[in-house]
Design a protein around this ligand. Sequence first.
Ligand SMILES: Nc1ncnc2c1ncn2[C@@H]1O[C@H](COP(=O)(O)OP(=O)(O)OP(=O)(O)O)[C@@H](O)[C@H]1O
Length: 490
Amino acid sequence: MGYLSCNAESAISTCDSYTFSKNKKKHPISNPQNKQFKIRDFCFADLKTATNGFSHTNFLGKGSHGSVYRGVLDDGALIAAVKRTTNHHTIGLGQCTTSIASPAENEIETLSRVRSPRLVNLLGFGSDPIDGRKLIVVEYMPNGSLYDLLHKNETRPPGLARRVKIAVQVAKAVHHLHSSNPPVIHRDIKSSNVLFDGKWNARLGDFGLALRGHVEDVKIQCTPPAGTLGYLDPCYLAPGDLSAKSDVFSFGILLLEILSGRNAIDLKYSPPSVVDWAAPFIRSGEYAEIFDPNIEISSDNSGVRQLAVLAARCVKSTAEKRPGMAEVVQCLITAGKRITSLVLGRRRVRRTPPPSIKYEPLNESTETVKASRASSRRTRKVSGATSVPLKTKSNGPDCLKSRHAARSKSIGSVLDIKAAPLDSGLGRRRGGGQGLGVKGSMVTMNRSKSTGELRGTGLVHKRNGGIVLQMIRNPNVRELESSKLLVKFR
Ligand SMILES: Nc1ncnc2c1ncn2[C@@H]1O[C@H](COP(=O)(O)OP(=O)(O)OP(=O)(O)O)[C@@H](O)[C@H]1O
């Protein structure tokens, strides 16, 4: 994808203290945040040998500013990625004043000042003695990019817990940049710039467009907007519009991409923009709709709602209304915990058979009922409705007789459902349920101890060959979210 940037060759540089200076690179740069680490000035011949003469076999990929090669250095002790830039074009840094910074120079300058286990860190640099083109040597990421994982993964798509873990790691990377002094605004957060290290931890890379400095600094005030289409903050139209919140917007797009598995701009969808596509679902509370249909999710999990709402907040059209990255990190961690606890719950349920639950249908014969929720897209769509179909394995007319008012595997825990005829002494009909015109059974629900939250009363109905559980308003349960069945109370 191309950059929206003003790469004016005539750009002139500022004399601000952060601009990369040719004089500085003669000697290794010590990193102020990690005094131990020295940025190395590699000899071109060594980099050429390390990459087998920039051969095809060492080729890792090509970006807008150059090709990347795997390099073996220090007699095999160091494996690095060597980015060989293809041209001298500038990223418009410092167009108000006097020097030209290429993306490579900018990347070296920025990365030599920040260092984190969440970033693809700079190891050193070099330059081609013939044409002076820069070579950037960074940590080698052997497991590809997040873009590949999400969009080119032919095997199993990553599950929700893993996606959230990745989102947390990227959010921490961005937070680290924003909280550096002076702050760094990445300006190009996207899935192809998130790479996986040897332990499959996500790292943020490609600092070609990054800006280091305070927003009021001359350099930032003079640098034209740049970024990748689809991720670019719509508020960022002029240099003076730039703030850390532009990164928050791009991160929000990335989060939507991670959750949905669709591209930031995807012509297979209508509308093609992931924001335009996801926003109506989130606005109407149909959070589950924005999640990748290839992964198991529990639409009634509060973590799911939290993720969707967080993504929506990050991509708000007003920059000031977007959260800061510290809040984003916290929110993702909380959501991740909720999701992980559910996954653990599900595993537990798989190992131990669910307890039998007494079910007393209208004919007063006692049946055992297991609670589950349908995981179909159709069912998720009903999340905003008054009642939720509880899909049973049998969809036939006899499904009421089938063992349960079921819950999908994705929910992970079992609901105790005790049902009794309306006219039995077990429950008293209150308010809801009158309009369905189907004689139902009164049920009381208690969530299993492992995850315990749901309590309420409802009606079981036979409808369209399936079972419908209609919850009746429980004055003690105020929030829809309290229900683990995504039932909207009347
Ligand atoms: N540190 C690295 N380790 C391993 N592979 C890398 C590394 N850095 C980049 N690559 C590979 O090289 C490719 C090109 O990377 P580069 O950062 O130049 O461009 P990009 O991010 O894909 O695109 P653009 O330049 O348009 O942002 C990437 O797709 C990635 O697969």
